[in-house]
Design a protein around this ligand. Sequence first.
Ligand code: IPE
Ligand code: IPE
Ligand code: MG
Ligand code: MG
Ligand code: MG
Length: 288
Amino acid sequence: MLKTRFQDLCTRTDQQLRRCLGRSTSHERLGEAMRYSVLNGGKRIRPLLVYAANEALGGQPQSVDAAACAVELAHAYSLVHDDLPAIDNDALRRGKPSTHVRYDEATAILVGDALQSLAFQVLAESQHPQRLLQIRILSSAIGAAGMVAGQMADIHASGTSLPAAALEDMHIKKTGALIRASVLMGSAGNQASSADLKALEQYARNLGLAFQVKDDLLDVTGETRRLGKQTGADQHLDKQTYVSLYGIAKAEAILTELHTKAIEQLHMIGPEVDLLSEIADLTVGRDH
Ligand code: IPE
Ligand code: IPE
Ligand code: MG
Ligand code: MG
Ligand code: MG
């Protein structure tokens, strides 16, 4: 039942993405490279979170289609740039050559630029009564105080040894910020008590950190074929991760603790939290 709901929401997200990408540019190669970078089998966790948070507060899916589309565009942009030679130099993404490998580096940079602005265009052109708030949430999450700061910290931490608090801060920014934004954007415009919103925010904060801890673990314990990206990439670049700092067993224990903390928050919200709960389970249980 939940599996079907996830599939339906993924299909719904892909329809939105296809639609907005279809009319995004008249430049054939750029459009093709943008579609290649987005319509390529991502898990769509962030759009799912938008729909799930909206549903938890009694909203209808159509009201957050634009937000769901926008967070995935922003995420896809971050992946294209993350894989660039100057950042992580990863040749494999979602089981296929990374955008800069399939096309070229300049195209990948421009694809990222274009996807980022398209994310905001989609929100600005939506009918959502709280679209300005959603734009504020997304822009602050992925900008210089959020995801980009986390990416900057990640690059500069390579080859050093980061204290625990700095590692947590880096993970919360580079990955947690967009995950938190997805939940907050899905919540916007719905009737919610301040206690509900606080619980959702705490859920999102714990989930966001858990998501990157699991990503760090999968880089060591996962299989390239299943993961769709090269394993061992973090160690190769001497990246600071939960595994490099704590080892596999402790990182797994931290992951379990974060999952528990996320789920605990859901008890405080109304009855419609199945999707949010399932996303938390998927985050820690996934093998890709
Ligand atoms: C990978 O994100 C990059 C991180 C921020 C950890 P996902 O694991 O959500 O990647 P896709 O979208 O499913 O490919
Ligand atoms: C990615 O972190 C964070 C962002 C893209 C913002 P990673 O560099 O660990 O993600 P993967 O492992 O390449 O997907
Ligand atoms: Mg990276
Ligand atoms: Mg990377
Ligand atoms: Mg990683």
